[in-house]
Design a protein around this ligand. Structure first.
Ligand code: ADP
Ligand code: MG
Length: 340
């Protein structure tokens, strides 16, 4: 666990970058610090590996004050990834990753073999190993940066806007890989971003900071979306938070009506009971949108909203229709859910 104990940072010149911050960041999870520009995210992150020292208060890792620890040992146990990847331009991709293990005493051969394995893990095939950073795309450089930070196998990883400098499509791919890798590795990760969607997607815990380095709220993505502490947080997490939070609940306990109870349109089924489409009074036919118990409420809502008859059809494991959800049923369910 990483603990911030009433941490204050005032830079020379007077501006308060971090204002009495107290936090507990869980081991083996991803915590994302998010907030507007200048709210003290980078400063907070850098106090963990002592690149910045607090003006008052303490930062502890597993109960030990980082200020009391050997600086070199501390840094070795903490990987650091920054936005521009920060690669050595005159070393190959492989050697960029192998450098740290070599500094830690591994032989060149060992370190290079390990580096090749890490590059593969972050999704870079062997053909990239001999290239120089300038010969890679931004997204590829970022992967090398992550591989290099992982090379010393640190229990803690700090990542400062690691995905902010790549275009949205590449970013999507990096997000997927990040989630896959973290599922395998279970590192204690502290990430900084200004993008609330990224924070919600990647964070097990999200810390929202506000101007002046003050804590606005800490919680799981779900807690922040469903129970924002104040107007600032509500505004920050966005107006469509209600819709987004539907991704967290499955349709498992969503009540359904019998398939015959569509209130007008008729659900046409094939011989095996699988939905073929809707037949309406004016004779038009439309495809039926289907979901399973395992789908999220977000999926059901999207189906009901986009269905011409305003109905989503639930199917069982065999694909046969076993219930209907009408648009207004869904609205009632969501209203009840919100007041829980
Ligand atoms: P963020 O990462 O959230 O954008 P920073 O932690 O970089 O915010 O900065 C927080 C505040 O501290 C800003 O007002 C910034 O100008 C100021 N600041 C950051 N680094 C320094 C520094 N080395 N010296 C003086 N002021 C700084
Ligand atoms: Mg920053």
């Amino acid at each position: 666990m990483i603990t911030f104990e009433d941490v204050v940072k005032i830079y020379p010149g007077g501006s308060t970058a971090v204002d009495h911050l107290s936090l507990e960041l869980p081991t083996g999870k991803t915590t994302v610090l998010v907030g507007p520009s200048g709210c003290g995210k980078t400063t907070s992150l850098r106090m963990i590996n002592r690149m910045v020292s607090p003006s008052s208060g303490r930062v502890l890792i597993d109960g030990k004050d980082v200020a009391q620890q050997d600086e070199a040992l501390l840094r070795r146990s903490i990987g650091y990834v920054i936005q521009s990847a920060g690669l050595f331009p005159h070393r190959t991709v492989l050697d960029n990753v192998a450098t740290v293990p070599m500094l830690l005493g591994q032989s060149k051969k060992q370190a290079r073999a390990a580096a090749a394995g890490l590059l593969e893990r972050v999704g870079l095939s062997a053909e990239f190993a001999g290239r120089y950073p300038a010969q890679l795309s931004g997204g590829q450089q970022q992967r090398v940066g992550v591989a290099r930070a992982l090379a010393a196998d640190p229990p803690v990883m700090l990542m400062d806007e690691p995905f902010s400098a790549v275009d949205p499509v590449v970013r999507e791919g990096l997000h997927r890989e990040f989630l896959r890798l973290q599922q395998e590795l279970g590192k204690t990760i502290v990430m900084v971003t200004h993008d609330i969607d990224e924070a919600i997607k990647l964070g097990d815990v999200v810390v929202i900071l506000r101007q002046g380095g003050r804590l606005a709220q800490i919680g799981t993505p779900r807690e922040l979306l469903e129970h924002p502490a104040d107007e600032f947080v509500a505004e920050f997490v966005g107006r469509d938070r209600g819709l987004r939070s539907l991704s967290f609940d499955t349709a498992d306990d969503l009540p359904v009506r019998p398939v015959t109870d569509a209130g007008g349109p008729e659900l046409v089924l094939d011989a095996a009971g699988r939905p073929v489409g809707w037949k309406t009074a004016d004779g038009t036919e439309d495809t039926a949108g289907t979901f399973t118990r395992a789908d999220s409420l977000r999926v059901v809502t999207d189906l009901a909203i986009t269905s011409p008859v305003g109905i989503a059809v639930r199917v069982g494991p065999d694909g046969a229709a076993d219930g209907l959800v009408r648009h207004h049923d869904l609205v009632d369910h969501l209203a009840a859910r919100r007041s829980r």
